[in-house]
Design a protein around this ligand. Structure first.
Ligand SMILES: [Zn+2]
Length: 61
């Protein structure tokens, strides 16, 4: 396997889709939970004090 531009054509699998709760493209299709806010895993919003990006609820775009 080569790295760089020729191998980029193989990257067609979808791992994350847009999350319904936080709006980030962090919702795991196979595991059915969001890696950013924990949607599908916990009813509360997954949040850490050290995180740099704030999660916005019900963000539509
Ligand atoms: Zn989320």
């Amino acid at each position: 396997m080569t790295k760089g531009t020729p191998s980029m054509g193989l990257k067609h699998h979808v791992l994350h889709i847009r999350c319904r709760r936080c709006g980030r493209t962090s919702y795991r299709v196979d595991k059915h939970y969001c890696s950013a806010c924990g949607y599908g895993k916990t009813s509360k919003l997954k949040k850490y004090s050290w995180q740099t990006h704030t999660l916005q609820r019900n963000r539509r775009f």
